[in-house]
Design a protein around this ligand. Sequence first.
Ligand code: DX5
Ligand code: ZN
Length: 221
Amino acid sequence: MLVSPSILSADFLHLADELRSIESAGADWLHVDVMDGHFVPNLTFGLPVIKQMKSIVTKPLDVHIMVSNPDEVAAGYVDAGADLLTFHIEPANDPVALAKFIKSKGARAGVSLRPATPVETLERVLPHVDLVLVMSVNPGFGGQSFMGDAPDRVKRISAMATRLGIREKLKISVDGGINATTGVLVGASGADVLVAGSSVFGATDRVAAIASLKAIKTSLA
Ligand code: DX5
Ligand code: ZN
């Protein structure tokens, strides 16, 4: 299992220290939540902050853009240092073209969907992305409770990828309310990556918190 701690739960007044702390604690990727105050009712950070983060980190930046205009802004985030750029399918004008564009710029492309968006909407874009980010909370804030239907959604997306013949090359990531207990539920359904904010940054022992998530077995069910 890969673990991508969400820096939304970091202490922003000591961001450099937090990034070093989480990297040395065993993070595989660093999950960066960009919120525009429009697609979601919260505002976080954008290009200048990501560029500066990129200059000091060694792990890949897993950038999740919760914005209303992903087609317009994607290039900027790849240029700023996103190694993986995940956009939401709901506001994207042309998800397939956007995924291809992100890859043409040298980054990996991910697509995400809100909990209320039917998984069937992914069918056309799935063969063109490297990762699907399944939201297990309504996007916008850290620290929310995991939604119980997420494991079933992961299972259905995994089955869709198997049917399309792309399961081995697609990563399924789950974001929202992930801890050692909920991580087991989505791992058993096929999740390959766990995004965790409050359960990792809020832990007294971050090494142990990440290790317990990494130890979760994934299933290609
Ligand atoms: C929510 C963000 C998540 C969030 C996860 O919109 O996409 O990445 O930071 O935080 P926790 O793990 O606290 O639910
Ligand atoms: Zn996120």
